[in-house]
Structures are given as structure tokens and as C-alpha cells.
Design a protein around this ligand. Structure first.
Ligand code: UD1
Ligand code: MG
Length: 447
């Protein structure tokens, strides 16, 4: 949209969060809330976009890159924050859309409705996105009268009657770029918070004889995140959306409310997910995969028809091949488990390849780390690793080889060979009886 510029306000630390992390960096479904908002904004393809950040927020600047940022050195209110974008928007005469970084769930459709109203026949100077929350709490109130919107009053400045108003300010508004700076320049800090309120532009525009209006949005999209409790409420909304998306895509969730997705989780068709499964960022699950309860995934891929869990942990770089089985209390990191392989119980596979169809016995550990370096374990196709074996990397077990249970393998094993590396078993006939008899006799002897 050539005639659209967007200013995202994100300079606040979010005191109510009680955090060292800038508020808009707090994650929803595994990525900073501001990135959710920027992704929605990108779909409008604005001619310009600038994010207003606070001083020393380098991590935030990196998170919003490549979009330009301007620093608001002193937090003197939302109007003051928008003013910082003036240079970046120099000469721009279209619509300026102001968004709050702490209101990240807004949809593209809602933004388009707001913009359509702003560019509609009435040509309003300001269009505000209003909503009627279940609990109007301390949101600013929209004062409507005569022809459209008259003013926005902040909760702290509102009279008891104004606090009765249920129509609230979401914070999102669209301004006529030709009037914006003249309005913003006249905002003062003469109010309960001693801040320059962006919301004052409505009354100022009306005073100039310009019209202002509002469109209504849904509360679910307009939740402002100021506290940990509101962050949790937003997370719940995002998760519900992601669960619905997975189910619409053909996955069965036996207990949807107990499955946690990341924003980018990709789930195939005919996937069955049992209760209590958590997906971190970067997980791709193919068709027909079964995921039993209590699994935890991050940065991994699971190919079609694999059977995972319960209680499996796949860490970054885990690649599970088609039809493979990963069972309970198995951890896999930066390793490929090829098609049809089985790693069923109590095992750690890290920095490794498990060849197609190989069978890894219970309690097998790839010893990948010596305190300084990580080394690789290569297990060939169809190999059989006996239970409770340690494979001390770097080491290769050839295709079709068998490792005897309880082995500590430190040297490469050839294809189709048997390797056993454990103490040889000895047996002393009758030893146990002689031992007990001697002990009993010693006990019976008087002192
Ligand atoms: C604001 C609105 C209120 C609305 C509510 C919706 C004003 C004056 N009030 O109140 O009407 O109902 O949002 O959630 O606008 N920020 C800066 N620099 C500043 C101050 C704020 O960048 O100097 C940023 C914050 O980082 C935040 C956003 O602006 O992303 C909103 O600020 P916040 O302090 O959360 O305003 P609210 O009190 O929620
Ligand atoms: Mg807020």
C-alpha cells in the first residue's frame, strides 16, 4: 500500500511486567510478541514502517530488523513516542497507522477495515479502533457524540460517568498524514499521568472542525499486554488459534488444551497427538505420525508414519525418519534417526546417525562430549546395539553389526561383526554356599 506508513510504539519497558526484558520482547508461542505484529503489518505492505524503541534496547532493534527504529530517549507518552518518527516519515502524506507493540494479536482484516474507513468518503482526520471488552478495566474510553468520535479520555483522567462508558480504545489508530504533525505538536502533558497522550489528537482534530470516527474490533484481537497475567491470557488465545489450525489441517488432538504449539509448528495430516505435548520453535511433523503423551520437541523434523513417545524429547537438529520409533525417556539431539530405526527406551542419541532399520537397545548412550569437543557416532543400517551400551565418540558401528549388551565401545566396529566390550563372566561353582556358611560360623562363635 503506497499510501500507508506504520509507526509501531515499543519504547516502554513495561513496568507492570516487572522484567529486565522489554515488554514487547516477551514471547507468545515462542517468538517475541512484536514479531507477531510485524508479520501482520507486512501483509499490508506499507510504504514505510518505523518502530519506536527505548534507549539501550539493542535486542529489540535486532528483533525488528530490517525495519528501521528510532529511539525515544525519555518515555513521555504515546504522542511523544509517535513524534520521534517524524523524520522517518518526512514528506509522507498518506495514512499513518499507529500500532502498539503490546497489542500484537490484531488481524490483517481488522487493520484493513480501519484503513478503509480512514480513506473513505468522510475523509476523517483520525479513525480509532474501538472495542467493547468484557471488563473495560483501565482502558481509555471513547466519547461518541453528534457526528462520530468526540474524544478519548484516559481512565485516570475520566470522570465517574465517563468510566461507565464500555466503548474502549484499543490504542490502534489511523491518522491523516497531512494533519498528523500539526495535531501531535499541540498535544500537551497536562493530565493525570503527566504524559503526552496520543489519544488527545481526537479532541484536537474535532476542535479544528475535522471529523473523527471509529470502527469496532473484537476483544480477542485487541488485548493489550501490560502484565504477566495479560501475557498468559494472550498466550491462551494464540494457542487456541494454533490448535484450531492443526485440527483444520487434519490432525487429531486428543486433549487440545494440553498441547502447546510454537508459532511455526507444521503438522501434517492424520497426525495423532496425545495429551501433554509441547512444541518449541522449528518443528515439522509429517503425515501419519503418532505422538504419545508428555513429549517435548524443539527444532526437529519427524517424517511420515513415525511413532514417538510417550516421554520423548527431540532437541534441535533431531531428524526422525519415516516409520521410525522413538520411545519413552529417549533424548535425541543433532542426530539423524533414519527410516524404520527403533530407539525405544531410556537412551541418549546426540551428534549421531542411526542407520535405517537399526535397533538401539534400552539404555544406550552416545558419549558425544569429552568436556571440550563434541564427536560423532555413526551407526550403520540394520545394526543392533545391545542394551546398556556406551558408544564413545568418535566411533563407527558398521552396517549390520551387533554390539553385545553392556559394552563400552571405543573402537570402530566392522560391518556385520559382533563386538563385545565388557568384563568376561566368571563362575565359581558352590561359592555362594561356602560364603554363607563361613559368615554364619563367624557369627555363632562366642566373643
Ligand atoms: C494506551 C492508551 C489507552 C488504551 C490502551 C490500550 C494512551 C495515552 N492510552 O494505554 O487509551 O486503552 O493503550 O491498550 O495512548 N509507549 C512508548 N513510549 C511512551 C509510552 C508508551 O513507546 O512514552 C508504547 C508502549 O511501549 C506500548 C504502547 O506505547 O507499546 C502503549 O503504552 P502503554 O503505557 O501500555 O499505554 P496504556 O496505559 O496501555
Ligand atoms: Mg498498554
Amino acid at each position: 500500500m503506497e499510501n500507508l506508513a506504520v509507526v509501531v510504539l515499543a519504547a516502554g519497558m513495561g513496568t507492570r511486567m516487572k522484567s529486565d526484558l522489554p515488554k514487547v520482547m516477551h514471547p507468545l508461542a515462542g517468538r517475541p510478541m512484536i514479531r507477531h505484529l510485524l508479520e501482520t503489518v507486512a501483509r499490508l505492505d506499507p510504504a514505510r514502517l518505523v518502530v519506536v524503541v527505548g534507549p539501550g534496547m539493542e535486542a529489540l532493534e535486532a528483533a525488528v530488523a530490517p525495519h528501521p527504529t528510532v529511539v525515544q530517549h525519555e518515555r513521555r507518552g504515546t504522542a511523544h513516542a509517535v513524534r520521534q518518527a517524524r523524520q522517518a516519515l518526512e514528506g509522507f502524506e498518506g495514512t499513518i497507522l499507529v500500532l502498539y507493540g503490546d497489542t500484537p494479536l490484531i488481524s490483517e482484516a481488522t487493520l484493513r477495515r480501519l484503513l478503509a474507513e480512514r480513506e473513505g468518503p468522510d475523509n476523517p482526520a483520525v479513525v480509532v479502533l474501538g472495542f467493547r471488552p468484557e471488563d473495560p478495566a483501565q482502558y481509555g474510553r471513547l466519547v461518541v457524540g453528534g457526528e462520530g468520535l468526540k474524544a478519548i479520555v484516559e481512565w485516570k483522567d475520566a470522570t465517574p460517568q465517563q468510566r461507565e462508558i464500555t466503548l474502549c480504545n484499543s490504542g490502534v489508530l489511523a491518522l491523516d498524514g497531512r494533519r498528523a504533525w500539526c495535531l501531535l505538536d499541540r498535544v500537551t502533558d497536562d493530565n493525570a499521568k503527566g504524559e503526552f497522550y496520543l489519544t488527545d489528537v481526537v479532541a484536537l482534530a474535532r476542535g479544528d472542525g475535522a471529523s473523527c470516527s471509529f470502527v469496532l474490533g473484537a476483544e480477542d484481537e485487541l488485548l493489550g499486554i501490560n502484565s504477566r497475567a495479560e501475557l498468559a491470557a494472550a498466550e491462551a488465545l494464540v494457542q487456541d488459534g494454533l490448535r484450531a489450525r492443526a485440527m483444520e489441517g487434519g490432525a487429531t488432538l486428543l486433549a487440545p488444551g494440553t498441547v502447546w504449539f510454537a508459532w511455526d509448528t507444521s503438522i501434517g495430516r492424520d497426525v495423532v497427538i496425545w495429551p501433554q505435548v509441547v512444541f518449541g520453535p522449528g518443528v515439522v511433523v509429517g503425515d501419519g505420525v503418532t505422538i504419545k503423551g508428555f513429549c517435548h520437541f524443539e527444532g526437529c523434523t519427524i517424517a511420515e508414519g513415525a511413532d514417538i513417545g510417550p516421554y520423548a524429547r527431540l532437541r534441535p537438529g533431531a531428524e526422525v525418519g519415516g516409520g521410525a520409533h522413538i520411545g519413552n525417556f529417549v533424548e535425541i539431539k543433532k542426530a539423524v534417526v533414519e527410516a524404520g530405526a527403533k530407539v525405544n527406551h531410556l537412551t541418549y542419541i546426540g551428534d549421531a546417525r542411526v542407520g535405517a532399520g537399526a535397533n538401539i537397545g534400552a539404555g544406550t548412550i552416545t558419549c558425544n562430549y569429552d568436556g571440550f569437543n563434541k564427536s560423532f557416532t555413526d551407526i550403520g543400517e540394520g545394526a543392533f546395539i545391545g542394551s546398556n551400551s556406551s558408544l564413545v565418540a568418535p566411533v563407527t558401528v558398521g552396517a549390520g553389526a551387533v554390539v553385545g549388551a553392556g559394552s563400552v565401545i571405543t573402537k570402530n566396529v566392522g560391518a556385520n561383526a559382533l563386538a563385545v566390550a565388557r568384563g568376561a563372566q566368571m563362575e565359581l561353582a558352590g561359592w555362594a554356599e561356602r560364603f554363607r556358611a563361613a559368615k554364619r560360623a563367624a557369627k555363632a562363635k562366642p566373643e
